[in-house]
Design a protein around this ligand. Structure first.
Ligand code: CA
Length: 229
């Protein structure tokens, strides 16, 4: 699969040259001239990296980068005006992965782009949590026990992830509520305890004698680190 790059550059001659150059290097490059258009596309389509000019006709590159960072960690390579150290520092602070001052050699851009793509690549299976026979796949929103997928609602899955990510720590109902809030669009219509009992029915060998999610009376719940007997 060719890597998809979004090129945001209002200098149309430079953009056309980079489109061709990066295309020949094996990338699938889409381009945008305006910051708002770029943000719209980034919200709608997956890109592996963004090459982002600092000076754009509408919102500037820093603003685009800041707004992109609020929703995604897509690697960003910023193109800056020559010698503008202020922009560089600000760009890196705001979440750009690297910057390249203009003018530059296309092969320099290619090298930097490959570097940010390597750094941005998550290790395979980074979203997987393993606890003995239980596997929680945060990327696919799936839970498997002995390799068999267990159905959970969005909230139940979010609760399970919150507990598992804090395995060994007691979490009160209030803390669990906070951790889960905003993770799904479903209204939280039932109590935490009801959700926990549904999760137990799915992932415990004996839901009446749970080993994975334990109740600490008066304190809350704890996800056990050592679940195998
Ligand atoms: Ca520009």
């Amino acid at each position: 699969m060719p890597r998809r790059i979004l090129l945001v550059e209002d200098d149309t001659r430079l953009a056309a040259m980079l489109l061709e150059y990066l295309g020949e290097a094996g990338f699938r490059v889409e381009s945008a001239v305006e910051g708002e258009r770029a943000l719209e596309r980034l919200a709608r389509e997956p890109f592996d990296a963004v090459v982002l000019d600092l000076g754009l006709p509408d919102v500037d590159g820093l603003e685009v980068c800041r707004r992109l960072r609020a929703q995604a960690d897509t690697p960003v390579l910023m193109l800056t005006a020559r010698g503008d150290a202020m922009d560089r520092v600000l760009g890196l602070e705001i979440g750009a992965d690297d910057y390249l001052p203009k003018p530059f050699e296309p092969r320099e851009l290619l090298a930097r782009l490959r570097a940010v793509l390597r750094r941005g690549a998550r290790p395979a299976n980074a979203g997987l949590l393993h606890f003995g026979r239980l596997e929680i796949d945060r990327d696919a929103h799936a839970v498997r026990l002995d390799g068999v997928e267990k159905p959970l609602t969005g909230h139940q899955f979010a609760l399970l992830v919150a507990l598992a990510e804090h395995a060994g720590r007691v979490l009160s109902r209030e803390v669990l509520m906070d951790l889960v809030k905003g993770t799904t669009f479903e209204p939280f219509d039932r109590s935490i305890d009801m959700h926990i009992s549904r999760i137990r029915a799915a992932i415990e060998d004996d839901p009446k004698a749970p080993r994975r999610i334990l109740t600490l009376r008066g304190a809350g719940y704890v996800f056990s680190k050592s679940q195998e007997s």
